[in-house]
Design a binder for this molecule. Structure first.
Ligand code: URA
Ligand code: URA
Ligand code: SF4
Length: 192
């Protein structure tokens, strides 16, 4: 991911969200990571900070990654389907996604991850299609753009409904198993 590409995204005005945003959230992590995590869209905290997943959802995501012994620095890159905050944290419209998702496709091409983790229903809808349902299909591996891909509940859903945490932890254990298979057989994790 070149600085030129990053600056192209940071200057994007392709949809209406450019008028209300403070920052474009490009994403962050290892640009050569084997795991790409794809969220929905930045929220208020992210828009203020210019970084993905720094609010309450992000703190929970970091706890989950930590339990897997994954770091933002080394193991993952974190991005979103839409890169500017929808006002009031509403779900991005299909039109906004259509304008923005080519940036994500370009990131996928450049990062070339082996594993993609789709966080929540919006990411699953736009990456996998309307035939998938998060409640039924979370935790299942499927092929998306040539990568081993799994949807998991969005951290915001876990905060609203803590009962979903058990399933999510099972799903992340399977992600660690897959990571050992396709990336690093020596990956250490005290739980798995
Ligand atoms: N929720 C998301 O889907 N993405 C973020 O970057 C932050 C919260
Ligand atoms: N440990 C858990 O018990 N649940 C999670 O979601 C992550 C780590
Ligand atoms: Fe561009 Fe995406 Fe921001 Fe819309 S949401 S202005 S398409 S970067």
């Amino acid at each position: 991911m070149t600085e030129f590409f990053r600056q192209q995204v940071l200057g994007c005005t392709s949809c209406e969200l450019s008028k209300t945003r403070k920052h474009v959230i490009f994403g962050e992590g290892n640009p050569n990571a084997d795991i790409l995590i794809i969220g929905e869209a930045p929220g208020r905290d992210e828009d203020l900070m210019g970084r993905p997943f720094v609010g309450a959802s992000g703190q929970l995501l970091d706890k989950i990654l930590d339990a897997c012994n994954f770091t933002r620095q080394k193991h993952v890159f974190i991005s979103n389907v839409v890169k500017c905050r929808p006002p009031g944290n509403r779900v991005p419209s299909a039109e906004e996604v259509a304008r923005c998702i080519p940036w994500l496709y370009e990131q996928i091409k450049r990062i070339d991850p082996k594993i993609m983790i789709l966080l929540g229903a919006t990411s699953l809808l736009y990456m996998a299609g309307a035939g998938y349902k998060i409640t039924r299909d979370h935790g299942q591996w499927f092929n998306c753009m040539g990568r081993q891909t799994m949807a998991v509940y969005h951290p915001a859903a876990l905060l609203r409904n803590p009962n979903l945490k058990r399933d999510t932890w099972t799903d992340f254990k399977n992600i660690v198993v897959k990571y050992r298979e396709v990336s690093d057989p020596q990956h250490l994790c005290q739980y798995i």
